[in-house]
Design a protein around this ligand. Structure first.
Ligand code: PMP
Length: 404
């Protein structure tokens, strides 16, 4: 077993039934594999306790409602949210950002207002802002990156003005693994009267996150990257902001009273959760939070940092290989091999039972900035160990032999 943490060995591959012996799964930044505990929680939700929530008068539905709301409190504690009413269940980070852009942005942005993004954002933290900018007449600015691939907060400070209403940044880059100094970003945004939204998709699975301590205003993440189910994610927002935001989508469960003369809306979180929710997905997300906390986010972070160091060292010994991003990236490394398309790297590695991601990673502006169409990306989770890095390096050596 690989033992990176001095205090605790961390290699939980045995908890993951979909990872067969000898398969190096290095695509956790796209989606994490699921531990048996999460699979069991989902199976139990459908095979033992299933019913709808918030509506039924029968006991099963009341119990499911209690379990559903307990999951909300569990998630709130996990991210340091002051109140579980600030936790809104959405389909994923993409939906969370669209919700803020359309609801908060639609109500607050005007012609001449500005939105600050960065060069390394995922398309789901770019396109929703473009849509609302088009609708409201706001414009978008882009914070540049430092030489080593971090969001350049000094440069952002020079661009920020009193016309900026919101700053929306990745807490951890899905391509480079760069970790944002989120507290400083919050202070900078607030110094000009703007809000800060953090896209925590890649941060929540690999860093301790406390939204109150970070000082941000909105935080989003997806359950499936946190070892939980797909189709469920979280938008956290400060209570007073959510209370002032209009509904984004209408339907059942989000109302106070409906009549053809006019409708009034429920307070958050219900106001932003129209329709029947992903009941069992929420239970699965809670099981994922329990699983992650049973290992400890600090331990996961230390483990992934050690894997990144190890992988960077090993990859740097390969001629013609270029590694992107900062030395201390969190659990994610992008790289390119001179003269070989990343898709070919991915295909040849797959023959050696090494699964990486190759492509633009939904970050085309970042690809343009790096001067490439695509990169190869290896990303780590709690099931990875040194053997996976060895398999990756052996696989890349084979690629270099094939391409001469
Ligand atoms: N932001 C980042 C940084 C991501 O890595 C991803 C997923 N690749 C997303 C947003 C979108 O997440 P989802 O597709 O789960 O909504």
């Amino acid at each position: 077993m690989d033992t990176f943490s001095p205090t605790r060995p961390l290699d939980h591959v045995a908890d993951f039934p979909a990872i067969p012996e000898g398969w190096a799964y290095l695509d956790t930044a796209a989606t994490a594999q699921k531990p048996q505990a999460v699979i069991n929680a989902i199976a139990r939700g459908y095979s033992e306790t299933y019913a709808t929530v918030h509506r039924g008068v029968y006991q099963r539905s009341s119990e499911m409602t209690l379990a559903f709301e307990a999951s909300r409190r569990r998630v709130a504690r996990f991210i340091g949210a002051p109140s579980s009413d600030e936790v809104i269940f959405v389909r994923g980070a993409t939906e969370g950002i669209n919700l803020v852009a359309q609801s908060w942005g639609g109500a607050n942005l005007q012609p001449g207002d500005r939105i600050m993004l960065s060069m390394l954002e995922h398309h789901s933290n770019i396109v929703p802002w473009q849509l609302i900018a088009e609708r409201t007449g706001a414009t978008i600015d882009v914070a540049p990156l430092t030489e080593d691939g971090r969001i350049d907060l000094d440069a952002m400070a020079d661009i920020l003005t009193a016309r900026h209403r919101i700053v929306a940044l990745a807490h951890v880059s899905n391509v480079l693994g760069s970790v944002l100094d989120a507290k400083r970003a919050a202070a900078l945004a607030h110094s000009v009267g703007a809000l800060l939204l953090l896209d925590g998709c890649q941060a929540v699975p690999r860093l301790p996150v406390d939204v109150a301590d970070l000082g941000c205003d909105f935080y989003v993440f997806s359950g499936h990257k946190l070892y939980g189910p797909t189709g469920i994610g979280v938008l956290w927002g400060r209570a007073e902001l959510l209370a002032a935001m209009p509904p984004w989508q209408g339907g059942g469960a989000m109302i106070d009273r409906v009549s053809f003369a006019g409708t009034t809306y429920a307070p958050p979180p219900a106001r932003f959760e129209p329709g029947t929710p992903h009941v069992v997905g929420v239970l699965g997300l809670e099981a994922a939070v329990d699983y992650v906390e049973s290992i400890g986010v600090e331990a996961i972070s230390a483990h992934e940092n050690a894997l990144v160091r190890e992988a960077r060292d090993a990859l740097s010994s390969i001629n013609s290989l270029r590694v992107f991003g900062p030395e201390d990236s969190a659990g994610i490394i992008s790289f390119a091999l001179e003269g070989v398309h990343p898709h070919d790297i991915g295909t040849i590695l797959d023959e050696s039972r090494v699964a990486i991601r190759a492509g633009h990673h939904c970050a085309q502006p970042l690809m343009a900035h790096l001067g490439v169409d695509a990169t190869a990306r290896a990303s780590f989770g709690v099931y990875n160990g040194r053997r996976d890095i060895e398999a990756l390096v052996r696989g890349i050596e084979r690629v270099t032999r094939i391409f001469g």
